[in-house]
Design a protein around this ligand. Structure first.
Ligand SMILES: [Zn+2]
Length: 142
């Protein structure tokens, strides 16, 4: 019910229904209430595809235009409930980087990697940030 209300009916649409038909005022108000509740319940999250462990916040997405090993990937400023593996140098399409694979702390699924160091000046903004493969995470609470 909550996600249905958030996805399909914005508060604007709810107030439009309200003004168009007073007979449906109760419906409109409850839809609006659901939308507000969904925002109060918690932030939109991404979870591990394997065990649904919460691993990142939607608000921490920096870019959705990255390429992972096998799929599209997102760049995050922060992640949570993950384990960072050993560092290694890897030649990526954007140059040489020191990276470390990141794992779900519960099920140990490899979710992506952390940029520990970028050697090229133009890539330095990625240092300390995380790549999570789109195919390895699922939306939660949207
Ligand atoms: Zn997991």
């Amino acid at each position: 019910m909550l996600s249905f209300a958030t996805k399909l009916v914005s508060p604007l649409a709810a107030s439009l229904i309200f003004s168009l038909n007073n007979g449906q005022a109760v419906v409109a108000v409850s839809v609006l209430f659901c939308t507000l509740m969904a925002e109060l319940v918690g932030p939109r999250l991404y979870s591990c595809c394997n065990c649904r462990n919460n691993v990142a916040l939607h608000d921490d997405v920096i870019s959705k235009a990255f390429q992972g090993r096998n799929s599209r990937a997102f760049l995050f400023s922060h992640t949570m409930n993950i384990v960072v593996g050993p560092k290694e140098d890897r030649q990526l399409t954007t140059g040489l980087h020191t990276v470390a694979d990141v794992y779900c702390c519960d099920c140990r699924e490899v979710l992506g990697w952390k940029y520990e160091r970028a050697y090229e000046e133009t890539q330095k903004y990625k240092e300390g940030k995380f790549i999570l493969e789109k195919s390895k995470i699922v939306k939660e609470n949207w």
